[in-house]
Ligand binder design. Structure first.
Ligand code: APR
Ligand code: PHB
Length: 388
């Protein structure tokens, strides 16, 4: 028997597990994959303040502080020039570039020393009686069926996990938009072409210049969903990036062999409610954003902040109101981040159905942003992270 059973040991599950443990709430984490598999996922790493604050609060921010890159701005590009969004001047804040893999590793490394129990390679996790006050979870491991009785279950099991599906279709509502392109990403041990990120909308399509450190770069170009990664040798990717990022950036691109390259689809997705009976959902289990706004990890963090507050109130002060209010509170921030991510995706990508007029509107909007502090402030306050 435990107080909270968390499903999923990605960033959401581990952040929540550590927060609950620190508050003296008994919890157990069940993860389908192995630790190496979880760490093998390549994910964005632009951290908003909410994420940095949680790591600080947990005392797990040492490497983040030592290795994270503080960015005071980022750039939009239209194929000719860079339009810098001065986050620091416009919001007084900044973002920190620190790979999600590193953040997950910091959380994983702390599980043993802090007594956070994670069961890896837990197969066929299934949720039972989530509408009751005595739900339980079953899973298989070492050839045996195991049962975990808990008062609350929190689904941190990502888009493909079982938790969201444990909420009856009569209760849940899906909001979804799939995009008609994917992002082809390349990871290489070469210095970044710019000290800040560049999001480009070129005549030929979207490109993003990002990084993991001063010596490791992460780049993307958007491609039709029909594209196959085997049709994209490294040189073809570097050539396309050099065109789409514009001449200034291209002049500073250092080419090198891909450590990893893959094509990922983009979608906007929200499932409501994020709580049903004794089940709460956090992170990708409840919502997906296109990576354009770098919101995925940071939305998982704000969900976890709200869930930890609610569960601590419930278990330590016998106050059930916060749990009742969790879904509305989390969704209020989710929807605003979904809007920003969707809006920036529409501004920065060429859509197949778009004609010359739509292109002209994108160019005009970028030109307006270049000339308007008000427009830049709106983008900056969304990118740096809306209040929690
Ligand atoms: N049983 C147990 N664990 C499961 C199951 C299952 N049936 N299905 C999925 N999981 C695990 C996955 O293996 C993964 O480790 O749940 C975890 C979910 O982690 P993420 O998908 O990383 O989601 P989340 O923790 O919400 O973090 C969101 O991760 O995917 C990125 O872009 C996303 O940056 C965002 C962040
Ligand atoms: C990344 O570095 O992988 C990255 C950065 C910013 C984004 C998306 C991905 O918006």
């Amino acid at each position: 028997m435990t107080q909270v059973c968390i499903i999923g040991a990605g960033p959401a599950g581990l952040l929540l597990g550590h927060l609950l443990r620190a508050e003296g709430v008994d919890c157990l984490v069940l993860e389908r994959q192995s630790p190496d598999y979880v760490l093998g996922r390549i994910r964005a790493g632009v951290l908003e303040r909410v994420t940095v604050d949680l790591m600080e609060r947990l005392g797990l921010d040492a490497r983040l502080k030592a290795e994270g890159l503080v960015h005071d701005g980022f750039n939009l590009a239209d194929g000719e020039r860079l339009i810098r969004i001065d986050i620091a001047a416009l919001t007084g804040g900044h973002v920190v570039v620190y790979g999600q893999t590193e953040l997950t590793k910091d959380l994983m490394d702390a599980c043993g020393p802090r007594g956070l129990e994670v069961v890896y390679e837990a197969a066929n996790v299934a949720l039972h009686d989530v509408e009751s006050d005595a739900p339980h979870v079953t899973y298989e491991k070492d050839g045996r069926l195991h049962r975990v009785d808990a008062r609350i279950i929190v689904g941190c099991d990502g888009f493909h996990g079982p938790s969201r599906k444990a909420i009856p279709a009569s209760v849940g509502k899906n909001y979804e938009r799939e995009y008609p392109f994917g992002w082809l990403g390349i990871l290489a041990d070469v210095p970044p072409c710019n000290h800040e990120l560049i999001y480009a909308n070129h005549e030929r399509g979207f490109a993003l210049a990002s990084m993991r450190s001063h010596t490791r770069s992460r780049y993307y170009v958007d491609v039709p969903l029909t594209e196959k990664i085997e049709d994209w040798p490294d040189e073809r990717i570097w050539d396309e990036l050099s065109i789409r990022l514009g001449p200034d950036a291209a002049a500073h691109i250092t080419r090198g062999p891909a450590l990893e390259k893959s094509i990922a689809p983009l979608r906007s997705f929200v499932f409501a409610p994020m709580r049903h009976g004794s089940l709460l959902l956090c992170g990708d289990a409840a919502h997906i954003v296109p990576p354009t706004g770098a919101k995925g990890l940071n939305l998982a963090a704000s969900d976890v902040l709200y869930a930890a507050q609610a569960l601590t109130a419930f278990f330590k002060r016998n106050d059930a109101d916060a749990i009742s209010g969790y879904s509305d509170k989390a969704l209020a921030r989710v929807w605003k981040s979904e809007r920003f991510s969707w809006s920036l995706t529409r501004l920065m990508h060429r859509f197949p159905e778009d004609g010359p007029f739509e292109r002209a509107m994108q160019v005009a909007e970028l030109d307006y942003i270049a000339s308007s502090v008000a427009a830049q402030t709106s983008i900056a306050e969304n990118y740096v992270g809306l209040p929690v």
